[in-house]
Design a protein around this ligand. Structure first.
Ligand code: DSN
Length: 416
């Protein structure tokens, strides 16, 4: 066996025998992986359906049109949006919006990184800030922990006059009202990019408010990756109000990208068919029931942690639980300790962060992946309790034993 297959086998065995609580990861169906590794990989299809720069795209045209139509069927109940399924991943998809609508010197307003924003939303590390000005809004403490501060959001809009506001997060555990945030942004002359990468599975099943709004009232651009709660391949989709689609398409091709990855597009199509129920995940559970189980499991995980006295940044209302670690805890060491016990998590900044990005004050956990493996409420609650004991300073032996047994009991959908 060559090195690459050997490493792949090792990775598969590690994935199977560990408990994955990384909130942005999931286990797509074997059919998704089959299409990712299919002959679609072999084909160049620069251009768009029926307007390609290479021969031989008769089926590629049909594929791209089919997947785009499924994407709109799943997400857009208004008929006011179009979609580009060629974007390769989330961060480049967000950039496509910036390149399409911003002029040098324009201001972009997004959630501050420590409050759960995303790097691609033009934070201080972004080289794009050579061209654009970045401002951020933040969270406020409420009875439920930290939540979007509508007053701060409104005040920042008025004070900074952004051309674009980004509503979207990678470490935020509360639900929010897209219609209200879009209304405020539009009333202040800003366009809205909704980044629903984390919550697209929730949005698709009506378990979160949707940024797709009627009569022009929704977000102007909506980006999602496809491998998180949507449970597809690593890829992305970029939706836009119909009037922006021609410009978005032009920015993507020929503006910034060459041939689309047709294998990714096909695999996204499979994930969408599993959302609509035209195809089934191996456990045969309807996608809506899967997402409902993810939400219940995340609450159970959080309840288990809290029962051990662990503090959360905010009570969860989605697939993420965000722990505020004790001041004395080194989050990097904790993450390693949990990994050594067979539990994968990631350390994360929290609102008002005082430590470094390398060893911040939070720990992010998510239940999307273990729910795909069939974990139930009692199992997840116990997992939360045992992780809580480790955060509180106990050794990892009980957690390690539980994680080993649990990973053995959970479903595994791939062939060795
Ligand atoms: N890295 C992803 C996450 O973990 O949320 C977002 O890009």
């Amino acid at each position: 066996m060559n090195k690459l297959f050997e490493l792949t086998k090792k990775e598969a065995s590690k994935q199977r025998s560990t408990i994955n609580l990384i909130a942005s990861e999931n286990y797509p169906s074997p059919k998704v992986l089959e299409l990712l590794g299919s002959i679609w990989n072999d084909k160049y299809a620069e251009g768009y359906p029926h307007k390609r720069y290479y021969a031989g795209n008769v089926f590629a045209d049909e594929l791209e049109e089919f997947v785009a139509q499924k994407a709109l069927q799943v997400f857009d109940q208004t008929g006011e949006y179009g979609v580009n399924v060629q974007v390769l991943s989330g961060s480049p998809a967000n950039m496509m919006v910036y390149f399409t609508i911003l002029e040098p010197g324009d201001t972009v307003l997004s959630l501050d990184l420590n409050s759960g924003g995303h790097l691609s939303h033009l934070h201080s590390t972004s080289p794009l800030n050579k061209f654009y000005k970045h401002q951020s809004y933040s969270l406020a403490q409420t009875a439920n922990g930290f939540e979007i501060d509508i007053d701060d959001f409104k005040n920042k809009l008025i004070a900074t006059k952004p051309r674009l506001v980004i509503i979207g997060f990678s470490a935020y555990t509360r639900q929010y009202d897209f219609a209200k945030l879009c209304e405020i942004a539009h009333a202040n002359g800003a366009l809205v990019l909704a980044d629903i990468a984390h919550i697209s599975g929730l949005v698709a099943t009506g378990n979160h408010s949707s940024p797709f709004g009627k009569d022009g009232q929704g977000a102007d651009f909506i980006m999602t990756t496809t491998h998180k709660t949507l449970r597809g391949p690593r890829s992305a989709m970029l939706f836009a109000k119909s009037e922006y689609m021609a410009a978005i398409n032009k920015t993507i091709f020929p503006g910034t990208s060459g041939g689309p990855h047709l294998n990714q597009i096909a695999a996204v199509g499979q994930a969408l068919l599993e959302v609509t129920g035209e195809q089934a995940y191996p456990d045969k559970r309807a996608f809506g029931d899967y997402i409902a189980a993810v939400l219940a499991n995340t609450k159970a995980l959080e309840a288990g942690l809290k029962s051990e006295g662990i503090e959360m940044v905010s009570d969860t209302q989605n697939h993420i639980a965000l722990v505020r670690l004790p001041d004395t805890t080194d989050s990097l060491e904790l993450q390693k300790k949990l990994e050594s016990a067979g539990v994968l998590t990631n350390r994360n900044a929290i609102p008002g962060e005082t430590k470094t990005a390398w060893s911040p004050s939070g720990l992010r956990l998510g239940a999307a992946a273990i729910t795909s493996r069939g974990a139930d409420l009692a199992q997840v609650r116990q997992l939360g309790e045992l992780i809580g004991t480790v955060i509180a300073g106990q050794d990892t032996s009980a957690l390690r034993k539980f994680a080993t047994e649990l990973s053995h009991d959970l479903s595994w959908w791939y062939q060795d």
